[in-house]
Design a protein around this ligand. Structure first.
Ligand code: ADP
Ligand code: MG
Length: 687
């Protein structure tokens, strides 16, 4: 039988039925699976501590031969398995409390790798968190100086057995590998050939070589994913028949003439992109991604007026009443010279007011509509909805966003978000969306100075806040609430608010937190907006998008507990008026100082988004760990953003030229996608 990558692993020498079963538990069924069962980490000589140098209080990885084992009862009746290891440097005792059964697994003569903390217990003792048998008695260990790959293992199949199995067959398996990418593409991207990458991953000479191999595998993952997405976009564009608005230059032109400010270059570019979308026959599906204060609303307003001058209605949906009111306010102001009044539909209107608003919406008299979830209630019918704008789009569920669009007949959709993320990532997360970034801030805003301070400065900070408020300004004081200890934190924040009331008897304080009813919270926020409250203590991230230009101080307690992106959102609450503003980070955690210091030195939301992503990894961005149902195994969004961008470009080029991947040189891509992606078939079936 000739070996192929699809051959069942049980035909490999050294794999019996039992092992085949264990391998299947690891997801390894074919020899190809085995080839792609790559190490999850590497141990390299530079990370191994000689036994004699393992210091109490440190965390180490050591390798040594077992020279003695035994079980010792402790005074408290716990039985401790002990093994003494030896290397050229000396001896070290390892102890596994409560695990006497290890006697059967760890034997004198074995070469053992152990990692864990070293403590003092009648001398130095390492308490392994993990151990790996590298070699049995009389067996040579892995070559010295070499990088040792560590494989994901399972019961009945140890790391070492997997390593031996892979290495025994590696050359034969590598000979079966075909690289789907032409050399020119690989060269341009600077990634190794596929077989070389797999060889480097399994049998690296240096950790850097293994990493270069991993990056190639990561690239392929991104590339497949991006091919699928490019294809999905291609199909979606074709299928998305929508309204073809005409550029009448009536309302839009009049708005431009009457704007009290100059649009930024970014705003003009965004308006141009949106106009192109709206005047094209396909439906618009665009995300406008701009930091707080970059002026998204006015961009959206141009789109709304383009719809209106074509005889259509346009609607904006915001996640809270306060934000909806704010939009109504902004729109009313900007539209006053045009004699257009936006219609507001929110929950707090009286039943009569609501009914009247609904009537104007259904009759078409209301051309521009602003509201909350109230807009998507069943009773609301639009006369002729041509554009749906969704502010803070991530605050809505998929169905809610769709529900607004369904109030019209295939209206264009514009999504707004103040949470910038790197472009390539946005393209991955938001699949079929087109993305317009807005980076530039309108001129004429006061600057925001950011400072990092410790507890010792508290008094001074309070005096500073007092001074600002005495000058008529307002301040935010933010207190973190983390989920695990929500109760205790909430108490701390409430206590904090009480303390502040005593410190600032001359000022009015308000407190908002996540456990309040939305109406209560809105009431406090309104009071702050109207300057009836001067200091707002907030435990939860206060409303993104809230615009109180008179607030000039943002004091953040326990700043180390916030992610950088969150800090940036908070900082965006100030600096919205002409006066100079201050963001003060209070933190007494020295380890957090470098990242907080870095934060004080930049105000670019996109740069911060990248830092934040690197810091947190992808955990919080749902859906990012996988795409099209296929989890990412080698790629890491934070580390490999450059690869993602390169993969996106390469995939787009290919789909642009050959949308169905029918050219012979693309056959391998097509095959891979049909095999790996559930949606693959559905996407490539049609020509
Ligand atoms: P965000 O992007 O955070 O939603 P908004 O759209 O609420 O920002 O705009 C914030 C404020 O900036 C508004 O009061 C708006 O009128 C004003 N603004 C928008 N664009 C400009 C500009 N180009 N120049 C000056 N002020 C602007
Ligand atoms: Mg906004």
């Amino acid at each position: 039988m000739t070996l192929q990558l699809t051959t069942s692993v049980k035909y490999l020498k050294g794999v019996g039925p039992k092992r085949a079963e264990a391998l299947a538990r690891l997801g390894v069924r074919t020899v190809g699976d085995l080839l792609y069962h790559t190490p999850h980490r590497y141990l390299d000589a530079t990370t191994i501590t000689p036994l004699a140098r393992a210091q109490v209080g440190s965390e180490v990885s050591c390798v040594g031969r077992v020279v003695r084992t035994g079980i010792l009862p402790t005074r408290r009746g716990l039985r401790v398995f002990r093994a003494v290891l030896q290397d050229e440097s000396g001896l070290l005792e390892c102890g596994w409390p409560g695990q006497p059964f290890l006697e059967r697994a760890i034997k004198v003569g074995q070469l053992l790798l152990v990692t864990g903390p070293v403590r003092y217990y009648h001398g130095r003792q390492l308490v392994p968190r993990e151990f790996i048998v590298l070699a049995d008695k009389d067996e040579a260990g892995p070559d010295r100086g070499l990088v040792l790959p560590v494989y994901p293992a399972t019961e009945g199949l140890s790391h070492k057995q997997i390593r031996l199995l892979v290495h025994q067959h590696l050359d034969a398996l590598l000979a079966l590998v075909d690289d789907p990418h032409p050399p020119a593409l690989r060269q341009r991207l600077g990634v190794p050939a596929l077989a070389a990458a797999l060889a480097a991953v399994h049998r690296p000479e240096t950790v850097a070589a293994a990493e270069a191999g991993r990056r190639r595998l990561a690239f392929d993952e991104f590339f497949d994913q991006q091919l699928v997405q490019a294809r999905a976009r291609f199909l979606a564009k074709r299928a998305r028949a929508g309204i073809r608005f005409e550029l009448k230059r009536e309302l839009t032109t009049r708005l431009k003439e009457h704007l009290p400010f100059e649009l930024t270059a970014d705003q003009r570019r965004a308006i141009r992109e949106i106009t192109e979308d709206m005047t094209a026959p396909q439906r618009m599906h665009r995300l406008l991604m701009g930091d707080v204060g970059t002026g998204k609303t006015v961009v959206a307003l141009f789109a709304m007026l383009l719809a209106a001058e074509n005889g259509f209605q346009a609607a904006v949906m915001a996640p809270t009443e306060l934000l909806a009111e704010q939009h109504e306010d902004t729109l009313s102001r900007l539209l006053a010279p045009l004699a257009i009044r936006p219609e507001l539909l929110v929950g707090r209107l009286s039943p009569l007011e609501k009914a009247q608003a609904r009537e104007r919406i259904a009759g078409g008299g209301a051309r521009l509509v602003v509201g909350t979830h109230a807009l998507i209630q069943e009773a609301v019918r639009f006369h002729h909805l041509g554009l749906a704008v969704i502010d803070e789009q991530h605050r809505f569920g998929v169905e809610q966003r769709a529900a607004l669009a369904e109030k019209g007949d295939a209206p264009d959709v514009l999504l707004l978000t103040a949470t910038p993320i790197p472009r390539s990532l946005a393209l991955t997360l938001y699949g079929d969306l087109d993305v317009t970034p807005l980076r530039e801030r309108p001129p004429g805003r006061g600057t925001v100075k950011t400072a990092l301070r410790t507890e010792t400065a508290r008094r001074k900070i309070y005096e500073f806040v007092r001074g600002e408020c005495a000058a008529g300004r307002q301040a935010y004081v933010i207190y973190p609430v983390i989920e695990e200890s929500e109760r205790a934190d909430l108490k701390a924040a409430t206590t904090m608010a009480a303390t502040l009331e005593k410190i600032f008897p001359e000022l009015r304080l308000g407190l908002v937190h996540g456990r309040m009813k939305p109406e209560e919270r809105d009431a406090v926020m309104r009071a702050f907006r109207d300057n009836r409250v001067q200091i707002l203590v907030a435990t939860t991230v206060i409303e993104v998008g809230i615009d109180v230009p008179n607030a000039t101080v943002m004091l953040i307690e326990h700043a180390e507990r916030f992610g950088l992106a969150q800090l940036h959102q908070l900082r965006g609450r100030v600096g919205r008026g002409a006066a100079a503003s201050h963001c003060i980070l209070l933190s007494d955690v020295p380890e957090a100082a470098p990242r907080l210091q870095a934060f004080t030195e930049t105000t670019d939301g996109f740069a911060i988004a990248e830092l934040d992503l690197k810091e947190r990894g992808m955990g919080e961005l749902a859906g990012a760990r996988q795409s099209g149902g296929v989890p990412l195994r080698w790629a890491d969004f934070a580390r490999d953003l450059d690869l993602l961008e390169a993969a996106r470009r390469a995939a787009k080029e290919i789909i642009d030229a050959d949308p169905s991947l029918t050219r012979p040189q693309h056959a391998a891509y097509r095959t891979r996608i049909l095999q790996r992606y559930e949606r693959g078939f559905e996407l490539f079936r049609v020509g």
